[in-house]
Design a protein around this ligand. Structure first.
Ligand SMILES: [Zn+2]
Length: 69
């Protein structure tokens, strides 16, 4: 194994220095930093928001089911 080659291939996120998975406009980002860069919020925030939306939708559906009966 050639350590130099491996080192050359490692891309690090410019934000958090983790392993980068995405290159955007010549800058390396890891998944979560890219998501934050792209969406303006973290994956955790996004998931929380999505879960809350789903919960609201379910609540609405439950209400509809109850009134329809
Ligand atoms: Zn990062």
């Amino acid at each position: 194994m050639d350590d130099k080659n491996i080192f050359m291939d490692i891309r690090t996120c410019i934000k958090c220095k983790n392993k980068a998975d995405v290159v955007e406009k010549g800058k390396d980002y890891c998944c979560s930093c890219y998501f934050k860069y792209y969406c303006g919020e973290t994956i955790e925030q996004y998931e929380k928001r999505t879960n809350e939306l789903n919960q609201k939708r379910e609540d609405k559906y439950e209400k509809y089911k109850n009134t329809a009966r």
